[in-house]
Ligand binder design. Structure first.
Ligand SMILES: Cc1cc2nc3c(=O)[nH]c(=O)nc-3n(C[C@H](O)[C@H](O)[C@H](O)COP(=O)(O)OP(=O)(O)OC[C@H]3O[C@@H](n4cnc5c(N)ncnc54)[C@H](O)[C@@H]3O)c2cc1C
Length: 407
């Protein structure tokens, strides 16, 4: 079966327009660095502006509604944009895009104006504010507390591992609104402006760099209209974010640059006067990497197709997420088997293949096993969704299944 998607003439014209615009407007010295930690302050500022230009064209967040700053375009347009962005090494928007589907499903009209518009138009940046020191896999055990004060809320607590470059304008996530209510009925979901009095950010230094932060809340005042959904509905709102985060939207254009590097290395490297690929063990390892990567691509594309067609989903998101996390770690092992110590040469080492990208992959594949639910947690979700667990659960509402406009 041929899985290659055949684009229409109109879509191919759109691709040409995107490609030539990117060629003209993205200078070489602004293209995404091999290691995202190398994004300088100057580049960050340049991309903040460029994201606004791309958003105005409808290209940054193409499938979200035009009235709120999205592109109003189709999934096929999104796929083309992702393909072309990758070729041009466009730096992705700095907002954690999980906030968009969540606001589409749960925010009222005035909240969409207030939050969705500035985020989709890239004027503002939002980070996902969920995990706490004692609440990661078991998110419902979180403790950050929101107490009513007139029309406002006062928030106190700590959030950890919060991804995002530099500083956010908004943090989005659940807080305990009622300590007497049972688990899952004791939370509200808040949009918290940053900076705010009493709110501090400290960056974390992880194996993958310093993209994560801890946020400390000390009686941070948040206006009443920053609560998304009801004051005890936060768990349901959170589930919409998690449904997408666990893979429920799939990916229009699954990318695997690490695989391309691995295959390129096998093809173009010689060892003791022989092509590396002549060694049957190397061949076998490279083919295993290729197969796993393609299985992941097909699972991601299936999810994307189901999501865009507004089909009911169940285990598919977590299945894809679990497989993706596992195979990336295996492919990092395989690239060490094939490249040897060259896979460990960083971006500053002149002999590093592919400008050090394989070394970045060694670190990011390990770290990547944790965000968006660990491998074990994806297995728990799959078991619940296919009916072999003590508890059963259905997929949460997403813009796809909730029937709202824009996906
Ligand atoms: C790079 C990175 C980026 C992140 N970005 C964000 C972000 O932007 N926003 C945010 O809110 N959070 C973020 N996180 C946090 C992430 O969601 C948590 O790390 C994750 O949910 C795991 O929680 P934990 O670290 O507290 O580990 P724990 O929950 O303490 O888990 C420890 C280990 O126990 C296992 N385990 C736990 N429960 C079970 C179970 N029931 N069955 C089997 N095994 C289990 C886990 O799989 C894991 O191996 C990020 C984390 C990382 C590393």
């Amino acid at each position: 079966m041929d899985f290659t998607y055949q684009y229409t003439e109109e879509q191919e014209e759109f691709r040409k327009e995107v490609r030539s615009w990117l060629q003209e407007n993205i200078p070489d010295d602004k293209r995404a660095p091999v290691d995202r930690n190398e994004l300088s302050d100057e580049m960050y500022a340049w991309w903040r502006e460029m994201h606004q230009t791309l958003a105005e064209k409808g290209w940054l967040y193409p499938t979200y509604p035009k009235e709120y700053g999205g592109g109003g375009l189709s999934g096929e347009h999104e796929t083309i944009l992702q393909e072309e962005f990758r070729i041009a090494r466009v730096v992705n928007g700095f907002t954690n895009s999980l906030v968009f589907p969540t606001l589409l499903v749960w925010a009222d009209d005035s909240q969409k104006e207030l939050f969705l518009k500035p985020l989709l138009s890239a004027e503002k940046v939002a980070f996902q504010n969920f995990s706490e020191p004692n609440a990661g896999s078991d998110l419902a055990s979180l403790q950050a507390r929101a107490i009513r004060d007139g029309d406002d809320w006062l928030i106190t607590g700590q959030k950890i591992w919060i991804s995002g470059q530099r500083k956010p304008d908004l943090l989005f996530g659940p807080m305990v609104t009622d300590t007497d209510a049972p688990r899952h009925r004791n939370l509200g979901y808040f949009m918290v402006p940053f900076p705010s009095e009493g709110l501090d950010q400290e960056r974390m230094n992880l194996l993958s760099g310093d993209d994560q932060s801890v946020f400390f809340f000390d009686n941070v005042r948040v206006p009443g209209d920053h609560l998304i959904g009801g004051e005890q509905q936060g768990w349901q709102v959170t589930q919409t974010t998690l449904e997408i985060e666990h893979g429920g939207r799939g990916t229009a254009m699954p990318q695997d640059e690490a695989l391309e590097h691995l295959l390129g290395y096998v093809e173009n490297t010689e060892s003791a006067g022989e092509a590396l690929g002549a060694d049957p063990l190397i061949q076998q390892t490279a083919v295993e990497a290729y197969i796993d990567s393609h299985v992941f691509s097909l699972l991601s594309l299936r999810n994307y197709g189901m999501y865009m067609a507004r089909q009911e989903m169940s285990y598919q998101g977590s299945q894809t997420s679990m497989f993706g996390k596992e195979y990336r770690i295996e492919n990092a092992d395989r690239s060490r088997d094939i490249m040897g110590m060259y896979a460990m040469c960083g971006i500053d080492e002149p002999r590093a293949p592919y400008a050090g990208a394989p070394e970045v992959y060694q670190r990011s594949s390990l770290v990547g096993a944790h965000p968006a639910g660990t491998i074990e947690i994806q297995k728990v979700i799959i078991a619940r969704r296919i009916g072999i667990s003590r508890t059963r659960e259905r997929a949460a509402a997403t813009p796809s299944t909730a029937g709202v406009s824009g996906v």
